[in-house]
Design a binder for this molecule. Structure first.
Ligand code: AMP
Ligand code: MG
Length: 397
């Protein structure tokens, strides 16, 4: 279970990434692709990354068991922003049975023969499931807008392709998402925000590393010439479609490791907000379970435990209890020994100090004695040389 502190930390961490519904966004001005919070290096964020994945694992399991809510994660980005890597990472902690990834490419003839939301609706997650859209219905206001020939291919009737077509699409999308949210499907939308320079470097890497060549196409590089048009389309999309029921999060994508922390934190937060629970059986159903248990126990063959699982559970609990007790004892013993060692060290220091002091006193005494000896000798010499006659005479007075 997510402790409240972890949940709070995650919510605070993702807050700066959230596009406030109703706010006007200029992507380049409002969001820095190189942002990495207070983390200086990758290792600083490892704990949060680990926690995000753990929470996802736990909550996905409950989401599936409860079978009431679903989660849709929308991933949008330009080429080389790290969508695939992010999905791989997010998937690392979840049970593949309950998570589906759907990648949207150029529409097929069948898809283009329908209204534009058709193919996305077909790929939505069911209850208890997490669906990840690798590209999404937002392509309909991004690539289709930047390259209007895509709109022509959609064969819209005249009244549907006027100048307000994008505004109407934003409205359609908001309404559609609201309908999904109202019916138990939570939606989070992630825009991986890459800088133009980082994209250039990543493209070069794909060219320079033979194993990565397959990922690169000259068309991707050509698409860079449309960079300003995409930035404008992104900004308008974020402004018009970040809603209370399906907010956008702009994920800084220039540092891949940081983008992954952000993505898993946003998804973990969405699951925490859903707060799914394992279903509890009713008292009647519980009674029926107990009755079946008695029957099964009675069927145990000779020599077998009536309920080996209960015996195992009890043994495991007792082992855990013992381990905790032994641990406590060992800690106590270690503390006692450490105290004893400290005391012995102190005594030794004290002994050493007193020996040194005794040596110093003895040295001083020897020195004094040798001075006294010198004086005695000097007096003897004075007496013997006569120089001391005066003194002796004086003394005779
Ligand atoms: P990728 O994700 O790199 O495999 O490429 C998929 C391609 O499909 C991208 O170039 C997208 O822009 C394009 N695409 C996705 N959805 C649409 C759409 N609705 N209309 C036109 N092109 C699309
Ligand atoms: Mg591509």
């Amino acid at each position: 279970m997510a402790d409240e502190q972890a949940a709070k930390r995650i919510a605070e961490f993702i807050e700066p990434l959230r596009v406030t519904p109703g706010s006007k966004v200029t992507l380049a001005k409002d969001f820095d692709p190189g942002y990495k919070a207070d983390f200086v290096k990758k290792k600083d964020g490892l704990e949060l990354l680990q926690r995000g994945v753990e929470l996802m694992t736990e909550y996905q399991s409950r989401l599936a068991a409860q079978d009431t809510y679903g989660l849709l994660v929308v991933l949008q980005a330009l080429d080389a922003a790290g969508k695939d890597g992010t999905i791989r990472h997010v998937m690392s902690g979840v049970n593949p049975q309950g998570v589906f990834v759907h990648s949207f490419k150029v529409p097929s003839p069948e898809e283009i023969n329908h209204e534009y939301l058709w193919r996305y609706a077909k790929a939505l997650p069911g209850r208890g499931e997490i669906g990840i859209f690798n590209r999404s219905h937002y392509e309909e206001v991004l690539v289709v807008r930047v390259h209007p020939e895509n709109l022509v291919r959609q064969r819209l009737p005249k009244e549907a392709r006027g100048r307000d077509v994008w505004k109407r699409r934003y409205r359609d999308i908001n309404d559609w998402e609201r309908h999904l949210a109202d019916n138990g499907f939570k939606i989070v939308k992630l825009l991986l925000n890459l800088s133009q320079e980082e994209q250039r470097v990543r493209f070069l890497r794909r060219i320079d590393l033979p194993d990565h060549n397959w990922k690169f196409s000259a068309a991707d590089a050509h698409e860079r010439t449309f960079w300003p048009a995409y930035q404008k389309a992104f900004s308008e999309m974020l402004t018009a479609t970040s809603t209370e029921w399906a907010p956008w999060y702009v994920i800084p994508a220039d540092h891949k490791w940081f983008a992954r922390i952000c993505a898993s934190a946003v998804i973990a937060n969405a699951l925490i907000e859903i707060d799914p629970h394992y279903p509890r059986v009713s008292p009647e159903a519980r009674k029926a379970l107990e009755a079946t248990k008695v029957e099964l126990e009675a069927q145990a063959p000779e020599g077998a435990a009536p309920d080996p699982f209960a015996a195992q559970t009890a043994a495991a609990a007792s082992r855990q209890h013992d381990a905790r007790k032994t641990g406590k004892k060992a800690r106590k013993k270690a503390t006692k020994e450490a105290k004893k060692a400290k005391k012995a060290a102190k005594a030794e220091r004290k002994d050493r100090a007193s020996v040194e002091q005794a040596d110093r006193l003895a040295d001083r005494e020897t020195e004094k004695e040798s001075l006294r000896e010198d004086e005695r000798e000097a007096r003897v010499v004075e007496r013997e040389t006569g120089a001391g006659g005066e003194a002796a005479g004086k003394g005779a007075h």
